[in-house]
Design a protein around this ligand. Sequence first.
Ligand code: COA
Length: 185
Amino acid sequence: MIVKAFEFELKDGRRALVRSPEYADIPGVLDYLYKTSGETEFLLRYPEECVKYTPESEKELFDQINAAPNDAMLLCLVDGKVAGNCRITWSSKIKTRHRASIGIALLRDYWNQGIGTRLLTELIRIAEENEGILQMELDFIEGNSRARALYEKMGFRITGMIPNAIRLKNGTLLNEYHMIREIKR
Ligand SMILES: CC(C)(COP(=O)(O)OP(=O)(O)OC[C@H]1O[C@@H](n2cnc3c(N)ncnc32)[C@H](O)[C@@H]1OP(=O)(O)O)[C@@H](O)C(=O)NCCC(=O)NCCS
């Protein structure tokens, strides 16, 4: 779906624009995917695994997300540059369409500016507006205290854990936690 664009102020006073992705964003998004993969261990990819993301694959993805009634990507731009994005998607299958999955990642330069809080607020609003959705779900990797703090602030609670779900290149094994936030109806 296409989301209604909006602006807000970061903690440092800069203005951010949030809107659905457009073709002109593709170079910025490819750069963002590559950089974020190397800036944190808390995403599911390493930079070299980003070769599968191409201008063509992003164009196809944007088209698919923007046209789908059960999918939305919110791109955050600061001074015209891609700062990060988030996504909410839910199944069309009868048994699971009440569960919306979300994901979010920002470039390190933009952490702790309130973007995560604002984007999650919007994802919650989208979930609330879609009557079939009864809960929002997400996963985070052990040690990601910033993400966990943000999610708990926004009403998510831990409901499960997969031991050793993540294995870093150096062999370190990390647990993955599942969180849920109910949508009141
Ligand atoms: C996790 C992430 C999305 C959070 O977005 P953000 O814009 O930095 O978050 P916000 O600034 O809105 O809020 C972060 C909150 O965590 C708090 N916080 C910051 N660092 C923290 C830490 N190390 N431990 C606990 N809380 C922390 C902040 O004080 C803030 O709370 P407040 O608004 O009550 O003051 C962002 O940092 C990010 O993209 N990180 C890398 C990728 C990632 O981990 N994605 C999530 C995968 S599950």
